[in-house]
Design a binder for this molecule. Structure first.
Ligand code: ATR
Length: 280
């Protein structure tokens, strides 16, 4: 039976992952059979079982299924456990092994492509959903300073802070408290709010000349937060396109044992998603 790969999400039709994995396959000479598979949370378990029956050997998981994917893995990597969310599945006999390559993808993009030194950066993470969970553990491992987490639903902030398990370094805060938190060296928008073009009102005091503003989205969805940050003088404004390419490369390496070069596909996609990205 031939080995299939794919990305599960809802909606998923506009996912760039099939294009990215096709390019990695071309570059490495590996025949890659990778499709986008739409599944709602209710359909996901059955859809994944059908995929496995047909030779599904690995999958990426995107919105809104990352926490559901975590729940149905038989074992997960440490970084996925700390995230409580899985974006990469690897078939292991009759079971699924789960990993989360989002955080590694983000850190690689920020430190490699954009040459940011993350060490000791006082960091704000806005959001506590699947995206935020994926990147928080790896940002901590990358050596950021204190991490403040805010979210519309405070219970989800608390759950994420608990699972990260570094009291004294990781601080839950309320959205209403933002005005009193001062300036951050790194501000990460991991909410899906701006995908609908609605940016919650943030105090200008969060960003300044030292701040790298990062949105985990790309394209139109990244513009409200990044333009807000630029307007308030942030030093860098970086969208999630590079993270997307880098997390895909990490997943590819897990499945095929080769890490592809990401520059050419990044350049190709950047030409088509030219949101404001500046790091100087
Ligand atoms: P993702 O995988 O993109 O993180 P998710 O798990 O659905 O998707 O999480 C979405 C995040 O965006 C959550 O932090 C969510 O806040 P809640 O936990 O309170 O739902 C946040 N979010 C979505 N719409 C928002 C809005 N209009 N204002 C503020 N936060 C919002």
């Amino acid at each position: 039976m031939s080995r299939h790969y794919g990305v599960f999400g809802h909606p998923v039709a506009h996912s760039l992952s099939p294009r990215i994995h096709a390019e990695f396959g071309r570059q490495t000479g590996i025949a890659v059979d990778y499709a986008a598979i739409d599944a709602t949370p209710e359909q996901f378990t059955d859809a994944l079982a059908a995929f496995a029956d047909k030779g599904g050997a690995g999958a990426n998981i995107t919105l809104p299924l990352k926490q559901a994917a975590f729940a149905l893995c038989d074992d997960v990597t440490e970084r996925a456990r700390r995230a409580g969310a899985v974006n990469t599945l690897v078939r292991n006999g009759d079971t699924w092994h789960g990993d989360n390559t989002d955080g590694a993808g983000l850190v690689r993009d920020l430190t490699g492509r954009h040459a940011l030194d993350l060490r000791a950066r006082r960091t704000l993470l806005i959001g506590a959903g699947g995206g935020a969970r994926g990147v928080a553990p790896t940002l901590l491992e990358a050596g950021i300073g204190d991490l403040f987490i805010v979210n519309r639903t405070p219970e989800r902030t608390d759950a994420l802070v608990d699972i990260l398990g570094e009291p004294g370094r990781v601080h839950p805060r309320y959205l209403n408290d933002l005005a009193g938190l001062g300036e951050f060296d790194l501000s990460v928008n991991a909410t899906s709010a701006t995908r609908d073009g609605r940016l919650p009102a943030f105090p200008a005091s969060l960003v300044g000349r030292r701040t790298a503003a990062v949105d985990l989205s790309y394209g139109e969805a990244a513009i409200p937060f990044l333009s807000w940050a630029r307007a308030h003088g942030s030093h860098d404004a970086i969208d999630g396109l590079g993270m997307l390419v880098e997390q895909a490369a990490e997943s590819f390496a897990r499945w095929h044992g080769v890490r592809p070069d990401t520059d050419s596909i990044y350049g190709e996609l950047r030409a088509r998603h030219n949101a404001l990205v500046t790091a100087d």
